[in-house]
Design a protein around this ligand. Sequence first.
Ligand code: COA
Length: 434
Amino acid sequence: MTQTHENQPHLTQPVDEQSARALSEKGLRLALVDTTDDAAFDEWLHADSRGFLGGRDSAEALTESRELLRDRRTTAVYDDVIPSSASPVGTVNSWVAPLTVPGGATVPAWAISSVTVAPTHRRRGVATALLGSELRVAHALGVPVAILTVSESVIYGRWGFGPATFATEWRVDTKRVRWTGPATVGRLSFTDPADYREDGNAVLDRVMAGRAGEIAMTPYLAERLMGPRKGMPEAEKYRLVRYDSPAGEPEGFVSYLAKDTDDFTKHTIEVNYLAAATDEALTALWRFLLELDLVAQVHVTTRGLDEPLPYLVSDIRGARVTGVEDHLWVRILDVPAALTTRRYEHDGELVLDVADDLGFTGGRYRLTVSGGQATVETTTDDPDVSLTVNALGSVYLGHDAARGLSVAGKVTGDAAALDRLFRTATPPRLSTWF
Ligand SMILES: CC(C)(COP(=O)(O)OP(=O)(O)OC[C@H]1O[C@@H](n2cnc3c(N)ncnc32)[C@H](O)[C@@H]1OP(=O)(O)O)[C@@H](O)C(=O)NCCC(=O)NCCS
């Protein structure tokens, strides 16, 4: 595959001078990786995998990763003094992802992934240089928000990110619950990723456009949701079931694998991804999972806070939420651009005083919402609400965070008015990792 940089300024923007200088003072070198140079890219991919405690990828897996990840801005930190200097000691990649916001529009979001620092070089400010560089490059390109999903929730607050969507994990005791949901319609059938790719992508596009917090798919993400990546453990066990409406329209799928237990009648189903563009698809796919023979438990992650499962089964406690976790973190880089892209469910006016330690978008703004549409202007008027840029990120997609942030002292002033304006009836959700 040849790489074209046309209309992809995220690939051509040079490395950030400030971070390059800071690293150079520590004897380290910040560089963009040429993702058409297979050897250099493979070293970067190995370092990324090592950072997350993974193994060395097979040649087949590397080929797939190179194909699917070439279009990301791929940054490395090198320690040129060490013998294995071709292997980065720091990694990050990024791309501009359309992020669905309340009302259904999308805002360009600087999606950051693969943040790793070699354990031999930890806590020397490498991640600080990488994150600073990502945010400054995004800001210089006029991208109004940055987003990431995180391995640990303690890391990213210092760079102005706030948790903006929460994800639920479910364990369903399928020997205990009975389906009490509506009659299910449509057609279910087994397929495989190669045959299903086009329809699956169309389903994913609808799912991602349908909820604030979801991001547009890239080929890499879509491949992961429809089936296992090459070289993943138990790849041969993955199954893909498609749902088509009574009219034959592709509207959903579930990708899953069955795990053995010591009782053959009690397998556990690990759901890789459940995609449902309509309620009919959602109910049909849930019912399929809950009624599988030789299965005792269904385990699903990254569902929304409003997953309707308890209303679809005979015994609510047989379908337990076993985890609720912060999932998508949002960092606002341009308050007016971010706030005017989303829609609001109530009209109103607020003067917001936003504190941004990194200096990207702090200031005082009058937000006026009329007919659900916002205008934002800078003002010197007294604020109604003072908050950190992290807190603004946390309420931006409609999540129910204003009251908690007010109790914690991270929002001061009229938190109820902030809540009324920003919160949405349907909670935001991100159903994938990136
Ligand atoms: C997380 C990680 C990238 C941090 O890299 P690093 O270069 O050691 O971080 P820095 O030296 O720039 O540290 C910056 C600050 O964050 C803190 N910090 C960094 N990682 C932290 C962690 N995991 N837990 C708590 N604090 C952390 C540091 O203590 C430091 O705090 P200070 O500024 O108050 O001194 C690195 O530990 C790593 O690769 N972890 C494994 C992979 C991973 O989890 N990546 C994150 C993916 S979302």
